[in-house]
Design a protein around this ligand. Sequence first.
Ligand code: FES
Ligand code: FE
Length: 425
Amino acid sequence: MTTTPVETGRNFAALAGTDRVAGQLYTDPGIFEQELEKIFYRTWVWVAHESEIPEAGSFKMATIGRQPVIVNRDRKGNFNVLLNRCRHRGASVCEVPKGKANGFTCPYHSWSYSLEGQLRGIPYPEGYEGVVEKKDMPLQRLRVESYAGMIFASFNHDIEPLEDFLGDAKIWIDRFMKQGAGYPIKVQGEHRFRFDGNWKIQLENTTDGYHFPIVHRSWMASVDAETADMLSFMTDEKAVTHALGNGHSVAIMVPEHVDLAEDDGTEDLQERFGHIIEELSQTMPPEQVRRIVRSMHGAGFNLNLFPNVAMSMSFFRVLRPVSVNETEIQHLALGLEGGPESVNRERLRIHEHFQGPFGFGTPDDSEAWDRVQRGAYGNQEMPILVNRGLGREEITEEGWKTSHVTDESGMREAYAQWKRMMSND
Ligand code: FES
Ligand code: FE
């Protein structure tokens, strides 16, 4: 789809090298418009987790680039993603962020649509005899597929199957979901904020282990010694980043938490979670208590799915490009569906402590991102470097480029995909 004039004759591929990208990638409005067209309106974009729309008629609003959409579950249990734009004169047919409905009625002249997007009713239809056939005027439907509860949509109906696009990232999505310790993962709540910077600054951050002990020093100082120790991965050689292909990557920060099912002890978490261990032990076998308590901090890794969602430790982080120098971030806190209340409550507290608006983590991150944007205006010809660890990258048995978690392999992977997509006409 085209919503902006296409800028022809520009060599976007030349702006991204193997180990550096041009500074204009953060600052040039023309590049931003092309990113919407060539990336966000062509590839798979994450729109929801199935727990957010649990029943027939459940819906939520989302935005892909600048396009407002509605994600819903119909009576057959299928997911639909519909452009939130009336076929009459363009009004949005839904302004409620989340809820339950039998369909959507435009407030302007009351054209009404089913959950699948079919136009069902037009008031005073006499004027439309021989002019409008209802069957020809559904809400625009996007292609929709889901994997492990993660729902993705695309404006591109010819796109490859979602599972092919995710590729080896599926292995890590499956591992991430193990933090439910047998319970399905559910979204417990969300909050949003914006920062004054380009969307790729966030894209880079998800697998940037290098910044963690520096930007998050105040968080480290605010937690107990055992938790801080858990995230002291600067010198842990098992803490690595894998480039998984198609722009996706995973940064493993707590290697011993990666396979939660095989974890074998809660001793080092006694100080923090002793009260919960005690409560769960009254009704659960020790192995199950271990799995739940171990997973309290999440999966032990950050998985970056190009272009817009990170499955990060114990939450989803979704980015939305607003303009070349503004990005919206949505944090969705995860809990265990049907799990112990005390565990879900504790998970929310942990989430607030780091990711929350008054937390010790995200405000520091967003301060750094704002500064990157301000600095990048200083000399847009000067490149952004993503070369850390280039000399020590290896290839794993699976064929993944791998390097230490403080290296920039994940960013190089994302920019390789950026380059591929931006080079296509
Ligand atoms: Fe929707 Fe007129 S704009 S019914
Ligand atoms: Fe951070």
